[in-house]
Ligand binder design. Structure first.
Ligand SMILES: [Zn+2]
Length: 485
């Protein structure tokens, strides 16, 4: 029986605050275990949480950028479960009144624009981390608890089950990450766990008329890269369709993803919301947002990927160039600064995406860390536009700029790379080349167009590549034309 794939994603994003959500401990990755803890995040009796305003601000920014309705009244709830990494035995989260709902992310799937709806975004605190001793959990001799991460602010972004393939899920995550990266609200490092994804996958029989919520759903937890989310979904589609083909039922459960084997594996049967016995957090007042504060936040948002796509399209860039540029806000920032100094946007983006990107990649740097700043690249491009240097020389100069930190102007002088476009200087060279290559000149006159290219090459060689090829071309044609008898 044919099935339709139904995928919904839950994405946890750690917010980039200085301190945790409800205490003043540092929000820092990679420190010695249990060095960022206090009575609040260790759940000492009587310790009370105090909400971090900076976390609320980052969360709300994300909600606005993801086109959500922001609720000025929301509240926190206790989600109860027992696990060794959760010292309070409950997590402070938001249950029935999240701060943001009804947003969306635009993706392009199979060449078509598609909207993936966001059901809700809520704030919550992270749990600690268990470090298992030994090679694997099965053979582990013990587990140690590190509570540095306990209480770190998170937002959970819950999509509607609008995606119908692994590819759409990858595209949704890529775009979600791009939007959030423009806001600078999180490190968004999936491998370090500052962005984590759970994928809900189910198969809907074509004749099914019930609600998607009632389909037996498998949740694949904590997949650590966008690529692996795609692999996990592909594996689940295959596994579930095989079971259904054999007449077996799909069990509603939580599964893990084994990266090395590319397979999901059963972890536990899935909890329902009522298993968590949610109730309102009595130690925190309701969260009330001021509408003028919201308006200020909205007004201060940077231009987001979709707006940049439109702008770059209007400047004549290709769809491919645009996609490569918008994925990384440091590229867009670089481009934006450079665009304030030049109108040659096509040349600018060509140089950014080819030579600049190559030189940066070789050094493992981003555009934000580039030793060549926008003003310096624009200076170099202006030299090409003026005819002072050729494109080939510019490549060499740019490489030198990366190494020595000198400006294009300094390098043109030091390397003696100025282009020769003076007719008087080049005419002599042209005459000598013609005199030396009588046979080639004859070929040219008998209609062999390629002979001209050879002669241009000879002049370029004599001038160590400094002659302007356009000028040499013109002078050669003039000289050869007049020599026809
Ligand atoms: Zn603390």
């Amino acid at each position: 029986m044919p099935y339709q794939v139904v995928v919904g994603l839950e994405v946890h994003v750690e917010l980039k605050t200085k301190t945790k959500l409800f205490c003043q401990c540092a929000n820092a990755f990679g420190s010695e275990p249990n060095t960022h803890t206090c009575p609040v995040c260790l759940a000492m009796p009587g310790a009370l949480p105090v909400l971090n305003q900076a976390a609320v601000e980052l969360a709300v920014k994300a909600g606005i950028a993801l086109q959500c309705t922001i609720h000025c009244h929301s509240k926190f709830d206790r989600k109860q479960y027992f696990y060794p990494d959760l010292p309070k035995a409950y997590q402070i989260s938001q249950y029935d009144l999240p701060f943001a709902e009804w947003g969306h992310v635009n993706i392009v799937a199979d060449g078509q624009r598609k909207q993936v709806r966001i059901r809700r975004i809520h704030m919550e605190e992270d749990a600690g981390k268990l470090n298992h001793l030994g090679q694997s959990l099965e053979q582990s001799e013990g587990s140690l608890v590190d509570l540095n991460r306990a209480g770190v602010p998170l937002i959970e972004i819950v999509s509607e089950p609008d995606m119908t393939s692994a590819d759409e899920a990858r595209r949704y995550l890529t775009e979600l990450r791009a939007v959030l990266s423009y806001l600078d609200v999180s490190d968004l490092r999936m491998e370090e766990g500052s962005m984590r994804c759970d994928a809900n996958v189910s198969l809907k029989p074509e004749d099914y008329t019930g609600s998607l919520e009632d389909l037996p759903r498998v949740e694949v937890k904590n997949v650590n890269s966008i690529r692996n989310v795609g692999r996990a979904i592909e594996y689940e589609i295959e596994r579930q369709s095989e079971r259904l083909a054999q007449g077996q039922r799909i069990i509603k459960e939580t599964r893990g993803f084994d990266d090395a084997r590319g397979r999901t594996y059963s972890q536990r049967s899935k909890e329902e919301a009522n298993d968590y016995r949610y109730f309102p957090e009595p130690d925190l007042p309701p969260l009330v947002l001021d509408s003028s504060w919201l308006a200020r936040l909205q007004a201060a948002l940077p231009m987001l990927p979709d707006a940049w796509r439109e702008r770059l399209e209007s400047l004549g860039l290709s769809a491919n160039e645009i996609e490569v540029l918008v994925q990384d806000p440091s590229q867009i920032q670089f481009l934006q600064e450079a665009m304030e100094m030049t109108t040659e946007v096509r040349a600018l983006t060509r140089w950014m995406l080819a030579d600049m990107l190559r030189l940066l990649n070789e050094r493992g740097l981003s555009f934000a860390q580039s030793p060549v700043r926008p003003a310096q690249l624009v200076e170099l491009l202006n030299f090409i536009a003026d005819g002072r240097i050729s494109g080939r020389m510019a490549k060499e100069i740019l490489e030198n700029m990366f190494v020595s930190g000198e400006s294009a102007g300094q390098l043109v002088d030091r390397l003696g790379m100025a282009q020769i476009s003076d007719d008087a200087v080049l005419r002599g060279q042209v005459a000598e080349v013609i005199a030396e290559h009588g046979k080639v000149v004859d070929d040219y006159h008998s209609g062999k167009e390629r002979a001209l290219g050879f002669l241009v090459g000879q002049v370029m060689k004599r001038t160590r590549g400094q002659a302007s090829p356009e000028v040499v071309n013109r002078l050669l044609k003039e000289a050869l034309g007049s020599s026809v008898s």
